[in-house]
Design a protein around this ligand. Sequence first.
Ligand code: IMP
Ligand code: MG
Length: 178
Amino acid sequence: MLKDLESVMFDEKAIAAKVSELGQQITKDYAGKDVLVVGILKGAAVFFTDLIRQINLPINIDFIVASSYGDGTETSGKVDIKKDLEKDIAGRHVILVEDIIDSGITMNSLMAILRERKPASVKLCALLSKPSRRQIDVPIDYCGFEVPDEFLVGYGLDYAEKYRNLPVIGVLKREIYT
Ligand code: IMP
Ligand code: MG
């Protein structure tokens, strides 16, 4: 699979160092609070499992599967929850964990849906952010790396459901998807 990469942007060491930093920050900020850490499947799965092991607090975890309505090429801005959270989040401190924020459209809608449920707070932790692609401003409370507008795969990120299990994050060769 590595041969399909144009270049490696973040190797295992760089990712681990950043994940540890994010986990330590969250540990500091949420001491003494009732925290629910929510992974957004499938993209955030790999990041999520590493991140929660760097949070030194008695957290709970859950998962949500969300996808944008529409024909696949055009994001409508509305989000369809395919698998919802198990429990009510009213009064709880929620941290949403996402792989990458691109246009921001999906996360903006998801945040709006979750805020209606009256949690004590909702914050966003994203490993990657592509600021140059943003259409809706989505504040990222915990951001791993800002990246240029390149198509990235690995560490949970896919192209046509492949490459999620690559341990590094890299730029996919253009010939693979064009
Ligand atoms: P958006 O912020 O609503 O545009 O959607 C973000 C989603 O697009 C992410 O959760 C990913 O699933 C996907 N995505 C965006 N950029 C990339 C990329 O470079 N590689 C793989 N998936 C991406
Ligand atoms: Mg995703």
